[in-house]
Ligand binder design. Structure first.
Ligand code: PGA
Length: 242
């Protein structure tokens, strides 16, 4: 049985005052659903004291050294974080991260005993030219290390064109990609059926129930709607009911 996961990605949002939202999310009875918030690094230490999981949004491939402005997986773990995102499309775009770099970061996360939420997904032009499954195959093959297991890795399918746009793929499109990811994981890893696969991209309370009913959707990676408790708690509730 795969445990359901409601993950929030706060991106570069949230000052100290946002701790009240995190506290309200953590105080909610999640009814067996795992809840994870990936806040800005400035809030990690504080947020790690709350009764929910917290994670970084990225980590460096090295454990320490002369890398101004970066953060290592060990430093994330030192705050109390137990997860980190890797390969988010904003990192791939803003910081030109390649699959090879993401693979190295994910390996560094494992070495620090963090679970990695490895993000993959196609752009709009890739979808429109029928390249979605090829892109997914390549990102899975090269971003996800051979040492991945269901215990240390979660896959997040996030179509780039659905992130922050209010546009969501059809249920059939989500089902097709999630089934494809599951098939690839099962072929490559002995515990491939146990990996959790999240959908991400404009998940809101109003579409959560529908999305969580799709086979092989084990939860969501939520950006905008995770920033406050009033929007995120109904998504957790919908996941628990699914
Ligand atoms: P969104 O972001 O929910 O605001 O679309 C999702 C993400 O980037 O993880």
């Amino acid at each position: 049985m795969r445990r359901k996961l409601a993950a929030g990605n706060w991106k570069m949002n949230g000052l100290a005052a946002a701790m009240t939202q995190a506290a309200a999310i953590a105080a909610h009875d999640a009814n067996g659903v795992d809840v994870l918030i990936c806040p800005p690094t400035t809030l990690l230490t504080q947020m790690a004291n709350l009764p929910m999981s917290v994670g970084g949004q990225d980590c460096h491939a090295n454990t320490s050294g002369a890398h101004t402005g970066d953060i290592s997986a060990d430093q994330l773990a030192d705050t109390g974080a137990t997860y980190t995102l890797t390969g988010h499309s904003e990192r791939r775009t803003d910081h030109a991260e390649t699959d090879t770099m993401i693979n190295a970061k994910t390996t560094a996360a494992y070495a620090a005993n963090l679970s990695a939420v490895v993000c993959i997904g196609e752009t709009l032009s890739e979808r429109e030219t029928n390249k979605t499954l090829t892109v997914i195959d390549n990102q899975l093959a090269y971003s996800v290390p051979d040492t991945a297991t269901a215990a240390n890795t979660v896959i997040a399918y996030e179509p780039v064109w659905a992130i922050g746009t209010g546009k969501v793929p059809t249920n059939d499109q989500i089902a097709q990609v999630h089934a494809h990811i599951r098939a690839r994981l099962t072929k490559r890893f002995t515990d491939g059926t146990d990996f959790r696969i999240l959908y991400g991209g404009s998940v809101k309370a109003s579409n959560a129930t529908e999305i969580f009913a799709i086979p092989d959707v084990d939860g969501a990676l939520v950006g905008g709607a995770s920033l406050n408790a009033a929007n995120f708690i109904p998504i957790i509730t919908a996941l628990a009911a699914s």
